[in-house]
Write a protein that binds this ligand. Structure first.
Ligand code: NAD
Length: 252
């Protein structure tokens, strides 16, 4: 087992990629904190893990709220003693709103979850990692974090910021035994479409231009396998970078 005895915190783990990551990490021997806004669904993920002999707990937390992040990591430490792996997966879409139609409220909301959330969890977890000179961070960015029109302006900018945060943390804490990498998934079949409430027709049309060259949709499990690689010692020399997992979509 690749994560035997490791303590892993996964945000947004009640659904989609976060759920698949929590399940795979537990199957690989990690004790997993399944964290999400949605405690009921998180509890179901925990039940599934336990039914297969794994160890997991559910903790409700909104990554955009500092007190929630404090409680998430503090509760993890009181229950399991430490944190070894932090997966920043929680994220929301932006209704494909282009810059000309952007509202401050939408911009702030998307950044609060997609960018400030990972900063908050990283800030809270780094002292634990620094004390033991070990720790791994995996951020779920997006093809939209590397390219210009996979989503609206806020999502695109927020995920580019995650890629930058990944590089910064990866380099600056490298000599302290800490690694920080990101995954840039292409289009993956999850429930993220449920966060699309009032799609902007212009922005959507501009974002869809490249869909015709997308070789295929991914499954959450495809991304979980990359997260496992980045969380395990198999990637010990990989730090501060972003791995694209998109069937080749962005290679065109
Ligand atoms: P999903 O909607 O299936 O799952 C996201 C989970 O995050 C949900 O359970 C939701 O309740 C939770 N969540 C949302 N806001 C939260 C908050 N503020 N605090 C805590 N939890 C919160 O979506 P998914 O596609 O699995 O998304 C996971 C990550 O992958 C996101 O960061 C997303 O931007 C990224 N991503 C998705 C795709 C895709 O095609 N699905 C592509 C690239 C990147």
């Amino acid at each position: 087992m690749k994560l035997n005895g490791k303590i892993a915190v996964v945000t947004g783990a009640a659904s989609g990629m976060g759920k698949a990551i929590a399940e795979l990490f537990a199957a690989e021997g990690a004790k997993v904190v399944v964290s999400d806004l949605n405690l009921e669904q998180a509890g179901k993920v925990v039940e599934g893990i336990e039914s297969r002999g794994g160890v997991a707990i559910a903790i409700t937390a909104n990554v955009a709220v500092e007190e929630d992040v404090q409680r998430l990591i503090d509760s993890t430490v009181s229950r399991f003693g430490t944190v070894d792996i932090l997966v920043n997966n929680a994220g929301i879409m932006d209704n494909f709103v282009p810059a000309g139609d952007m509202t401050d409220a939408l911009w702030d909301k998307v950044f609060a979850v997609n960018t400030t959330g990972p900063m908050r969890t990283i800030r809270k977890t780094l002292p634990i990692f620094m004390e033991k000179k070990a720790g791994v961070i995996v951020n779920i960015a997006s093809a939209g974090g590397l390219f210009g029109s996979r989503a609206g302006a806020a999502y695109t900018a927020s995920k580019h910021a995650v890629v930058g945060l990944t590089k910064n943390v990866g380099f600056q804490y490298a000599t302290l035994g800490i690694r920080c990498n990101a995954i840039a998934p292409g289009a993956v079949e999850t429930n993220i479409g449920s966060t699309l409430t009032a799609v902007n027709p212009f922005g959507m049309e501009r974002a869809q231009v490249g869909m015709g060259i997308n070789p295929g949709l991914g499954k959450p499990e495809d991304i979980a396998k990359v997260a496992l690689f980045l969380a395990s010692d198999e990637s010990s020399f990989i730090n501060g970078t972003t791995i694209t997992a998109d069937a080749g979509w962005t290679a065109y």
